[in-house]
Structure formats: structure tokens, C-alpha cells
Design a protein around this ligand. Structure first.
Ligand SMILES: [Zn+2]
Length: 658
């Protein structure tokens, strides 16, 4: 053991008991990293100064010569940062709006000064002006099992024009604000890891990747400020004799990031769901939304606990930021998240509920299952959107989860599907790209909407109960670890095989190759159907008893043909419902593989209409209008109008939602 290293158990004890309180006696994660931070907000300078003690444990079998840390706030430091370059004008800053993080001192366990050993690196794009990743060479390499202990004093200047983090006037949302370890990956941690430090730069279109950690954080603010933070509030006390400032102490266990907010205008409400204390902070004028918000989060807690796994923390905090801080709305930090609403949102628009349910859901998909959001954002945003849509439509009406008016009802899942279907770039990218490389503005569509839509399609094929079992298994196997996409698809393959045998093939990779990793579209079409009178030969009628009867048989015999077509590249099994004029119906199954498919019926019945996928199981189908055909006067123009109206509404809602 090297001098600058502190034995793991000593370090863990030191961090675990920092505030004299442990929430969970048995750690939920392996706690490869931990942080103890003493932070103070200076509202006049818009800074947070902090003293931090932190550790990283080398769980690999490698000899590791360095540590790497995120300095996210430097993304706001200059117009040459990678975040700024990728933001497409969203960060139109004056210099006074900038944010940054300055390292004032940096030592390791034995007091060795690490500042001369610091170096900014840009592993993603080689941008030498980007200062969001810091590499620090250790005085001596960390051997397997060693714990590296660091002490850092830093000053963070918050940016204005909040983009996830920053301030407006006296409202502060403090995220990505302290030096934070990257993730040191090693064999077996997740599928096909390259090993070594995984520490990406701060990008406009990607989120984060972190170890589950323990946080002991003291926050000092002027007394009039109301504070919300991740974790559990342990104590609150005056921090100076004049009584101008107060210090709040928080402890959080096994969460992937720690964020906090401070604003004198917050009103605080609390509620309880089973073991979970719910704290809600919102502007005083939005009091009418308190009940809506509590109902929404309880719905999410109940549904995810039942169908995925238990919510493990005894606390959660919802922050509904004021209008001037809306740039911080709709963001997740595990046990603390921000919702999004405005004064007097009508009850028939379930926007605040949708954002609350979505952001809370991230407690599971990136909080508990802490995937690499930089590299596979669909694992958090897409999977979480799928669950958000299920929850919305379950509790607020299957066809009215998002808008519930007597003359207009829109399901949450329909909005997601429409965003995918109407995206011009839907074929442009596969999920094998990293999130900041998604071309043609496809990040949102790929990460959220396409993923939610193919997950619904998967549920249509394997069934809802099997899908729930997939997620229960995923939770059991990967909770408080770092699953990759392949780890998820492996779970699907195992569960489907266990429940359905080889009914869908040896595995479901044929599905993932086309939907998750493929760029093709799915579109099935009823080309036409015909009811042709049968031409019967004279000999066939020789046995008829009378001329009249023979004529009657001739008149009522038909050869009916349904002609189907696979227009898109994606091949999925579909049901086909054939309805005859006499009221009879036949439900056919088509494996959907060939370009053309006919179903032929001979008899006295005539086809009246045909519908592919009558239960809308294959939600990846980009065109529902050509899924059915009827003999009756076609209402296609009306349907087109309705479709356009829905698209317009979807566009409108996308402007006001996150
Ligand atoms: Zn999200």
C-alpha cells in the first residue's frame, strides 16, 4: 500500500460516518467513489466555493497511473468549449454569463501537491480548448484494491442563462458543480468495455455516466434561501454568529450525482408514499398544482415498484422551478429532480404530470441501472420514456394520457410515436453511434421516441407480462451496476426463451438488429382485396338437382383474395384481420418477411374489409393509414386531416415540453 493511499475500510468508515448518520446499513452498491463536500454559495459573486474530500477505489486488476475527473462547469468557460460549439447558438453568452470551475488546491492522501500533475484532455474530439476533463498523474500508480484519496478546494462560478445548471437573479440550480471522478471500467463491469477511464467531455447532446457514490454535503447559504438537495436533510443550523447564513447538511447514499437548488421564493410541501418521504419545492403561485404533482409521483412510485422493482431510497425531492429558472426544468439527479410547469396549466393537459413521471423514472433508468448515457442514451431516455408513457396512459386514460378533452384525446405514447414517424431523419442514425455524433439532429428522436416506439413494438410481440418480467429481471441483475445495451438485450433473450421457448426464434436478436441497431422503417400495407365470382364448369354442376339450385350456387361462390405488401425494410410478424360481409372474421398471422403476401378464401362469403395489425401492436409501422382497406366509401381525406391536426398538436406540445 502506497503512502498516499488510505486503506479502503478506513476511508469508507471516514466517509460513512461523516455526519454521524447512515441511512442504509447494507450498501446498495459497491461504492467505488465517495464525496464529502463543504460548499458555500455567494449570491453576490454567483459562486459556490467548496472543500472536497473524495476517494476512488481501484476495483480492477490494472495498475492505474492516473485519475480522471469531470470539470463540467468549464463547458461554460469560453466559446471554444465543445459544449458551446455543439450547442448551435443556444449558449449565446456574453463573457459575464460564463461559468467555470477553478481548482485552488489539489492534494492526495499524503499531502502531495497534485496541481503540477494536472492536465486537461479531450478524449472525444481532441478540442484543445475544452477543459471539461482533467487528468491527474498519481505520484505512484494505484495497485488493484488501492484507494486513492484526494482533497480539493475549488471555486465554481455559475453560468447565467441556465442550461441544466446556473442561475437567474436569485434562483440557483447547482448541478455538475464539483470535480467528479470518471468511471474506471474493467472486465465484467458491463458488456464489452474497453477498460480504463471512461471520462467523456461535456457535450450539448449527451448526459452523464457515474459510479454510485456516498455524498456527505454541507451547503451554506444566506438564511432567506430555501434549499432542496439530493439525499436526506440531516441537520440545519446557523453558520455564523450574526445569523445571516445557515448550513444544511445532507447525506445521500448510492446515487450517481448530487445537485441542489436555492431560491428564496420556494414554498415547501411534503407527503409520504409507503417508505418514501416526498418533498416538493415550487413557486408560491403554483399552489394549485401541489396535489397534481403528489398524485403523479405516487403513481410513478407505485407502477415502477410493481412492474420493475422497489424504489430503494426513503426520500425524493421534486423541484418545480420558477419561470425564470425554466432552463433547469426537466432534469434528473436521482432522489432530486426538476419538473416543469407554469401557472394555471389546465387539468386536461397532463404536462406537469408527464414531466414529473418522466424525471422520477430516471431514478430507475440511469439512477439504479446506471448506464453510460454518453454512449447509449437510449438506455436511459428511451427506456424511461417507454415507462413514462405506460404510466401516463395507465393512470390518465389509455387514449388520453396527455390531453383529455371531450373532443380531443391524445395518448402519451401516440405523441412519442408521431415524433418518430414524422421525423425526417428517422433513417439517418443507428444507436451504435455515440450521442454527440448523432447526425441531422436525430439525438432526441433516436434516444427518446424511436426507442420508446420499438419497446412498445417489442411488448406487442412478446406480451405485456413478459415485458414486465424482462424489466424485473433487468432490475434484479443490474441494479446498482452499469448495464450496457447488450446486457439489456441479453436479459430480453433469456426471459423470452424461458417463457416462450423458441416461439420467436432462438433469440430476439433479429428484432434488435432491425429496430435498435437498424436504420430501416417498418410499413405494412393492404395493397388490395378482391371478391371474384367463381367460374364453375358445367360438369361440376351436373349433380345439381335442379336448374334453379345450380344458378343459386353459381351466384354465391367466390374466390376472395387479400393482397398484402411489405413496403419497408423492417420485417416483423403481424396479425391480419379479415372481415366478411356476413359478419364472420378470420385473424391471420403473417411472419411479415416476404415482400408480398396473399390470403385466398373460397366460399360463399365476401370480404368487406381487411386490417393489418388490428390491435396496433406494431407501433413502429410508420403509416397506419395503409394498414386497412374497406369496400365502403373511403374516409382517407378525413383521416389525413385528423393526422395533420394531431401532428400540429404534437408539434405545439413539443415546443412547451422538455
Ligand atoms: Zn429524460
Amino acid at each position: 500500500m502506497k503512502k498516499f493511499l488510505i486503506i479502503l475500510s478506513v476511508c469508507m468508515t471516514c466517509v460513512n460516518t461523516a455526519n454521524g448518520q447512515i441511512i442504509n446499513k447494507t450498501p446498495l452498491s459497491i461504492r467505488q467513489t465517495g464525496y464529502k463536500i463543504d460548499a458555500k454559495l455567494d449570491p453576490s459573486l454567483k459562486t459556490v466555493s467548496g472543500n472536497m474530500e473524495a476517494f476512488w477505489v481501484n476495483k480492477s486488476t490494472d495498475i492505474v497511473p492516473d485519475i480522471q475527473l469531470h470539470l463540467y462547469m468549464n463547458a461554460f468557460k469560453s466559446k471554444n468549449s465543445t459544449l458551446y460549439r455543439e450547442s448551435g447558438g443556444r449558449l449565446d453568452y456574453k463573457d459575464s454569463d460564463n461559468g467555470w470551475i477553478d481548482i485552488k488546491s489539489f492534494t492526495c492522501g499524503d499531502g502531495t501537491d497534485l496541481i503540477p500533475r494536472m492536465q486537461f484532455i479531450s478524449p472525444d474530439d481532441g478540442n484543445l480548448s475544452d477543459q471539461t476533463v482533467l487528468k491527474v498523474m498519481l505520484p505512484e500508480p494505484a495497485l488493484p484494491g488501492d484507494t486513492v484519496f484526494i482533497k480539493v478546494s475549488f471555486e465554481t462560478k455559475l453560468p447565467s442563462k441556465i442550461m441544466r445548471t446556473g442561475y437567474t437573479d436569485d434562483f440557483y440550480f447547482v448541478g455538475q458543480w464539483f470535480p467528479k471522478f470518471g468511471v474506471y471500467e474493467y472486465a465484467g463491469m458491463r458488456y464489452a468495455t474497453k477498460g480504463g477511464w471512461n471520462c467523456h467531455q461535456f457535450h450539448a447532446h449527451s448526459e452523464f455516466y457515474s459510479n454510485h457514490s456516498v455524498y456527505d454535503v454541507k451547503i451554506t447559504v444566506p438564511k432567506e434561501y430555501i434549499v432542496g438537495a439530493g439525499g436526506m436533510l440531516i441537520s440545519e443550523s446557523d453558520s455564523d454568529t450574526g445569523g445571516k447564513n445557515k448550513t444544511l447538511t445532507y447525506r445521500a447514499e448510492d446515487i450517481v450525482d448530487f445537485a441542489w437548488t436555492a431560491w428564496p421564493g420556494f414554498k415547501v410541501f411534503t407527503d409520504q408514499w409507503e417508505h418514501v418521504k416526498i418533498t416538493l419545492l415550487l413557486p408560491k403561485v403554483r399552489g394549485e398544482q401541489v396535489e397534481r404533482q403528489f398524485i403523479a409521483i405516487k403513481n410513478a412510485l407505485e407502477y415502477l415498484a410493481k412492474n420493475v422493482g422497489p424504489y430503494p431510497w426513503p426520500y425524493v425531492t421534486i423541484v418545480d422551478p420558477p419561470a425564470k429558472g425554466s432552463g433547469s426544468g426537466g432534469m434528473e439527479y436521482t432522489t432530486l429532480f426538476t419538473s416543469y410547469s407554469f401557472y394555471m396549466v389546465p387539468k386536461y393537459i397532463h404536462l406537469p404530470e408527464m414531466v414529473t413521471i418522466h424525471e422520477f423514472g430516471h431514478a430507475y433508468f440511469m439512477g439504479i441501472m446506471a448506464s453510460n448515457e454518453f454512449e447509449e442514451p437510449w438506455l436511459d431516455e428511451g427506456v424511461n420514456s417507454y415507462w413514462e408513457e405506460r404510466i401516463m396512459d395507465h393512470y390518465y386514460g389509455e387514449n388520453s394520457g396527455m390531453i383529455d378533452l371531450s373532443y380531443l384525446k391524445i395518448a402519451d405514447k401516440s405523441l412519442s410515436r408521431l415524433s418518430y414517424v414524422h421525423s425526417g431523419g428517422r433513417q439517418a442514425a443507428s444507436n451504435k453511434e455515440f450521442s454527440w455524433n448523432y447526425p441531422h439532429r436525430t439525438y432526441g428522436m433516436m434516444s427518446y421516441n424511436k426507442t420508446a416506439t420499438w419497446l412498445y413494438t417489442l411488448m406487442g410481440i412478446i406480451g405485456e407480462e413478459t415485458m414486465n418480467e424482462v424489466f424485473r429481471e433487468y432490475y434484479k441483475k443490474w441494479a446498482f451496476k452499469h448495464p450496457s445495451g447488450t446486457d439489456f438485450t441479453d436479459v430480453v433473450n433469456n426471459v423470452v426463451k424461458r417463457i416462450h421457448g423458441t416461439r420467436f426464434g432462438p433469440d430476439m436478436n433479429w428484432f434488435f438488429d432491425q429496430t435498435l441497431y437498424g436504420t430501416g422503417i417498418c410499413d405494412y400495407k393492404v395493397a388490395t382485396f378482391k371478391n371474384n365470382k367463381l367460374e364453375t364448369s358445367k360438369e361440376q354442376n351436373d349433380g345439381a338437382d335442379s336448374v334453379n339450385e345450380t344458378l343459386m350456387i353459381h351466384d354465391s361462390l367466390y374466390k376472395s383474395v387479400v393482397e398484402l405488401e411489405r413496403v419497408g425494410e423492417v420485417m416483423l410478424p403481424v396479425d391480419v384481420l379479415v372481415h366478411f360481409k356476413n359478419g364472420e372474421e378470420v385473424l391471420e398471422s403473417w411472419d411479415g418477411k416476404s415482400r408480398f403476401k396473399d390470403f385466398v378464401y373460397t366460399g360463399t362469403r365476401m370480404i368487406e374489409w381487411v386490417k393489418i395489425d388490428p390491435e396496433f401492436k406494431i407501433r413502429m409501422d410508420v403509416n397506419y393509414i395503409n394498414n386497412s382497406r374497406t369496400e365502403k366509401p373511403d374516409r382517407v381525406p378525413l383521416r389525413r386531416l385528423t393526422n395533420k391536426l394531431i401532428s400540429f398538436l404534437q408539434f405545439f406540445i413539443s415546443i412547451v415540453s422538455i
